[in-house]
Ligand binder design. Structure first.
Ligand code: SF4
Length: 210
């Protein structure tokens, strides 16, 4: 197996899968054309994305969980991000769910975004997990946002509106490449998932560690 499955994204460690459609060796089975055109990875597939993806295809969930834990347990805050690049393809959903549950039992906080609705639905109730579903159609956002975290991309501005269990159809925060902003007071902070976790902001609004 590759030496490391997790690689830095700012101050935290993240899973990078190959971006792009499966027919182009990518992992983004649910990508829209807008998403592909605006992807911040520029659809680059490098040795990191390929090595991680190959390991996930080759090894069982238990071995992958232990490998991930080996890296995370050295971190001051045991927090990791799923799919900084790429996404969970449908054939890998069960394996990723098992890994997420295994890491959750070890107390690992897990965040990130996916377009895999089955994955999102299953891990909604897993403790220590706050993974968002990316939804482009605002009419659909309202429905999903009743259940959990929803990311609504704004391709023009590069910001993503975040909704969490809302009934008023209003996002509570926006996250851009370098900042996150709380909607209620308009205050912006550095986009740092550790700080969001500590302060229950952004993706971690109303988050309780178990
Ligand atoms: S809102 Fe906070 S936790 Fe969510 S992606 Fe942005 S910086 Fe990370």
């Amino acid at each position: 197996m590759v030496k490391n499955l997790l690689h830095p994204d700012g101050k935290i460690l993240a899973i990078y899968f190959p971006p792009g459609l499966p027919e182009r060796s990518g992992s983004c089975a649910f990508a829209s054309m807008k998403c592909l055109v605006n992807c911040l990875s520029y659809l680059i597939q490098n040795s990191i994305t390929k090595g991680t993806f190959d390991a996930f295809r080759k090894y069982e969930a238990k071995a992958l969980t232990e490998k991930l834990w080996g890296q995370i347990k050295e971190q001051p805050i045991k927090l990791m991000e799923w799919f900084c690049w790429g996404d969970c393809p449908p054939e890998m959903t069960d394996k990723v769910v098992d890994i997420i549950k295994g890491l959750s039992e070890k107390g690992v906080i897990q965040c990130g975004f996916t377009r895999n609705k089955e994955l999102w639905r299953v891990v909604l109730k897993v403790p220590n997990v706050r993974i968002g579903i990316t939804i482009e159609d605002i009419d659909d956002v309202k429905e999903y946002a009743k259940k959990g975290l929803v990311a609504h991309p704004q391709y023009d501005s590069g910001e993503t509106e975040l909704f969490y269990k809302v009934t008023n159809n209003r996002h509570h925060a926006s996250c851009g490449g370098s900042f996150m902003r709380e909607t209620a007071n308009g205050i912006s902070y550095e986009a740092d998932c550790q700080t969001c976790y500590k302060n229950k902001r952004g993706c971690f609004t109303k988050f309780e560690k178990k």
